[in-house]
Design a protein. Sequence first.
Length: 525
Amino acid sequence: MKEFHVTGTCNPDRHYMVDISGRIEQITSDYIDKGKYFTINRARQYGKTTLMFLLRRYLLEKYVVISISFEAADELFVSSYALAAGLCRNVGRQLRMQDVPEDMIRKWEVPISKEFPFDDFGERISELCLQCGRKIVLMIDEVDKNSDNQIFLGFLGLLRAKYLAQAGGMDQTFQSVILASVYDIKNLKLKLRPDEEAKYNSPWNIAEDFNMDFSFQPGDIAGMLTEYEADCSTGMDIEEISRLIYDYTGGYPYMVSRICKLLDERIAGHADFPEKKDAWTKAGILEAVRLFLKEPNTLFDDMVKKLCDHPELKHMLEDILFCGVRYSFEIHNPNINVGVMFGFIREQDNTVMIANRLFETKMYNLFLSEAELDGEQRSKAPVYNQFVAHGMLQMRLVMEKFYEHYEEIFHNCSDKFIEAEGRRIFLMYLRPIMNGSGNYYIEAQTRDHNRTDVIVDYKSQRYIIEMKLWRGNAYNERGEKQLFNYLDYYKKDTGYLLSFNFNKKKETGIKEVLMDGKRIIEVVV
């Protein structure tokens, strides 16, 4: 029986996976059949290796395909001769498996010239492509593993020279070359000598732009779940579950598959979800999200490392998350580029956005955890048990106790400090109350300098909290109306409004606002 798979290459014969055959066909017709050279640059665990595997399998019907990976290939890059000789051996094995005539393979495998290894290797490529009878496609995965190596640049230079010569009718070479990596090979930063400043230097400026979207849309996820449902008969609402998974993952391939794998293998059979039909529900999705955010994975490891290496990027993200600051998206800004390259930043309406809800919540947890190291605030952390009765979160009590907490510790702080830190202070208060039993996320579409909406999910119950800066009575009334509309959207009867008021004549405290049978608990500090 098939299973969900999150490590290495996915195989549709053995794994539940999104059908990407349409994308494979489009890549073939738009790029490979037209003789284009291109690079596939995507974040880690974004499906590059699986795409290369399935693309190779599809291309074998028409082309000879040479597929190479530079992962764990350090020994090839000690010299030009080692690289040329190693590639000759690798390619020879693949040619033999694709029914290339034996006499051509024997010519290919003649020992490479030690004096002129790349020149010799280039001649072999020309002769092979001229005599093979079928066009040849070269695919190289993990190509950035040795991208800071001068020998690697020499190899790219050889491929580029042959591409240009073929375009001019003076040579015969590969029909198409595909390079897959995290980093953009067209913008290599190379240090030619240890004492030299790193410079941008890549001979791969012949590559065509490749902008295909690899993320999974709700319909893609639904197709995968339809196959799973045919095997397992859980009775799930496929459309609803697909949308929920997309809402948290933004269609990031690894995240989609991991959430599904958690539901199928770890949550189903648990005390709260005794059968698969119990797991494939909204409550099951929330439990999968909770587990995902707690477990180690390379996506979050990469994100944390990049934030440590790029403090300006970290500062920008904290501004976005806690202060609602909007930053214009400029891909040539090195900090923004790093975030995009590793998958946790995206562009929307020319503005920098966090890529999805899982990355965003992990950032909140990370930044709040760092802030909790402050001794005074840690000593005032709320006691978890007082907020939970009969397994249910008492959100009104949370808001009342936060009011007391805030008035005790922060009432004398400057307006500037509260404007910058108020929302962080509340989230720091809320986070330990969740105690690993619930989830929260910020509604990114409504977050700005003045307003932040927090959605709390706890034991299948949802709570809506709007945090905002006080900008006068009229603005406050609009905020109340917005929250009432939000309650309609989420089909809830009670919401919570936390206002940070800087007016010298402010009236702080807690009150209730009623309208059309709905209620807002409003806290003003």
